[in-house]
Design a protein around this ligand. Sequence first.
Ligand SMILES: [Zn+2]
Length: 1062
Amino acid sequence: MTGETKWGCTHNERQPVSSTCAAIWAAPACLPRVSSIQLWWATRVHSPHHSLWSLQWPSTRLSANISPRFPGSQPFGSVPLTPVVSQPTVLQPYGPPPTSAQVTAQLAGMQISGAVAPALPPVGLGYGSPASLASASGSFPNPGLYGSYPQGQAPPLSQAQGHLGAQPPQRSAPPQASTFTSPASGGPRMPSMTGPFLPGQGFGGPSLSQPNHVSSPPPQALPPGTQMTGPPGPPPPMHSSQQPGYQLQQNGSFGPARGPQPNYGSPYPGAPTFGSQPGPPQPLPPKRLDPDAIPSPIQVIEDDRNNRGSEPFVTGVRGQVPPLVTTNFLVKDQGNASPRYIRCTSYNIPCTSDMAKQAQVPLAAVIKPLARLPPEEVSPYVVDHGESGPLRCNRCKAYMCPFMQFIEGGRRFQCCFCSCINDVPPQYFQHLDHTGKRVDAYDRPELSLGSYEFLATVDYCKNNKFPSPPAFIFMIDVSYNAIRSGLVRLLCEELKSLLDFLPREGGTEESAIRVGFVTYNKVLHFYNVKSSLAQPQMMVVSDVADMFVPLLDGFLVNVSESRAVITSLLDQIPEMFADTRETETVFAPVIQAGMEALKAAECAGKLFLFHTSLPIAEAPGKLKNRDDRKLINTDKEKTLFQPQTGAYQTLAKECVAQGCCVDLFLFPNQYVDVATLSVVPQLTGGSVYKYACFQVENDQERFLSDLRRDVQKVVGFDAVMRVRTSTGIRAVDFFGAFYMSNTTDVELAGLDGDKTVTVEFKHDDRLNEESGALLQCALLYTSCAGQRRLRIHNLALNCCTQLADLYRNCETDTLINYMAKFAYRGVLNSPVKTVRDTLITQCAQILACYRKNCASPSSAGQLILPECMKLLPVYLNCVLKSDVLQPGAEVTTDDRAYVRQLVTSMDVAETNVFFYPRLLPLTKSPIESATEPPAVRASEERLSNGDIYLLENGLNLFLWVGASVQQGVVQSLFNVSSFSQITSGLSVLPVLDNPLSKKVRGLIDSLRAQRSRYMKLIVVKQEDKLEMLFKHFLVEDKSLSGGASYVDFLCHMHKEIRQLLS
Ligand SMILES: [Zn+2]
């Protein structure tokens, strides 16, 4: 049966393509590069005496436990420099801008001192009896609150004076000799552990209190029917990851087997082994920088949790840096948008573009307009201004917000964005109090809150018509591969129940969303599931070159009305195609058909595509296999990330015009060209999921979890986002899953609560310290029930004339989010190496500018990092060695395109854990402990072979089992009697009735609940083949693909910075 009657109206309304999406694919501005990591290694190999970094191991100094010395007065000639981290003592978690004294205090960033190499004798880094370096360089690092530093050493004068005035006493006073702790000399590699402890500081690791830091808990999974908006309804359960009584990381407690990493070889090519000489150094083998002495992500995360996790973050004060994304905290909206909606790279913007250029700190905001909130927080109120609609500035069209200034007794208001004076409409008039504030300010969300919604009037609707409720169309590949893998049967079975959980709004019993069904291989089959039918009807369209929708009535239906017919259809689909031999598929015509169907029904909506293979059938959008790994590391590598035809961009544009969002579920057995297939999902605000070599028995849990979440999540349709700014800065660049046809409007066919848009700002005028800078993000969208709404988020930032204020209010996690997205877009246009070098150069410039302008004068040999950016090097290194920028041999072209696409719309919490995975020891803390165990640093040397660890990065989840794990633990967890009997690659733990098994399975469930995608578990045994896969995620180590270790990269950054300063 072929119903090839063309249905007229669907067919002749295609818009001419008038513009390409230049804004989205624009090339990054490439900065001049200085040198690469690889080059630097070569330098090290060839000049082992040219030490960039000199260190003082506490053990060296322990023997000389004597009175303070000053530079130049070294009593013994073998004191190398040491990494010193100075910690501001005046902390300012909340409240108004700090005083100058506080500024000074917080200015004091972390400092790691090293020798000025060329002029110095071979010291440090492994040279046993360093000459009296201190007297040679005349500069000693400033002792800080933690870190190993020359015992009893006085700070350099310059440091003590401080260029901004007062220094906290801790910074200028050398620590007491008694504070030194004997290095845990058990480690074979290092003669030292972390270095001196502070009095009262009960642990060896650096104490990196960081009150000025940002973050928010990861998004939580929502149950069916949970609403984003409207009156606060019953909140979703929150899977708490709060960890109050955290046990602090103990130095040296992780792994007796600390030594050279067995599989990575020496950190420096050609270097002999490290660390085999714990005693006073013999003159030969170079020592590595002590990993415990460099900034630890774990410690920073811990400190922020401890300092900021207990009290709510109140948004009333301009320019406040929120807690880190890894900290669990509540937010109280008092006039600025919650950090769950907007996070900035800096909360204090330089007043001038010259300053901004000097600092090179990207000014960007990561915006998640429909972010889900924890149950304790209130969803944005919906404001209904009736027929007059939301009140806006006549000139710049900004929406009414708490920063608008009412004047003339309340009859007019001055726009806070463009300064235009506007009349207050009579129906909105209200008197002002003695402070000039409207007396009804606190009764109106738009006058008192950072985030709220307006009901939109018909003026905000397409064709001046209120929208119909959206529709979901399920489009199922029924070619041979899809049938054989069991996918089609599994999916159809699941849909029968899942359709009862379509997103609803405002506590309504039934979803307003209508559904439709299409199956396809190289032809398309539409189904009539009208409620009056006894059986569904199929209509085949084989003219894929000129797609049309063969039926209107009965294609999109209400689930409850047509339930019987739908169930019958879903029962029949697997049977109908059970014997198919058809291996070829089409792809673009499927999207075209879905989009035409929505157009015919005059509604927005979402297509759920389940697709298995490279679409090679003769049709528009036909693709060829162009995978070519030989292109890696060549100038043509970028083509692997680019779509192979422009057809999909054209199609995406049509979809966006219709409000047709596309979610793509891929089940490839081989190359499917993700780079091309993901173009439409990417440009329509959709999601891509990939299940390579899908098999029902192994992958069904992951697929079904993702599917359930994806179908149930609340989506805004047919959306347009605009970011307005106060005079002086403007939004110039945008990153994310969307389409732009002009330079200001971000068009999103669909936008869900997981998606972010990263926006970069540039100066176009001078900013003012007093008035600060304002952002207003307005999202116009159609809700799941078909209501047209505007969601408004406002954020006020400080502005500064001192660079120090910029550096003091930065948010490194957000910076990394921006930089990763910038780089991942850059690979579309530039060689990957150029992109990596650009990142390194920018990072060096940021840190060099701090060093030059904000840090106290000190030896060029010191690496000084701003307190708020001390993790920038370690995180940046993780981005540099990620699969997109430096792929290992096992990473496929499709994997890289997939990850590139995923990162593009990740929020800050997601990029944080994606680039620096969380590694949790499972048997270190007591089984009874209800909280998540404290994480350890992602490095092999932190693994103890007597323990078990979980590692997760938001996409992957590993359970690593050490070879010497106690038999009892093995039994409790795996129900086998010995390590050798554990099945490597296991993906499900047996359900056993003992505390350890329950705890570990519970932890796995809780980790999964925190992430937007289901993480499939892989059990990895120490020394097993699969371990290589696991080690890929130990990001502080040197990677097999050539990525630098954290220590090496930090040294490299130091060198880059020094080159910039010289
Ligand atoms: Zn205005």
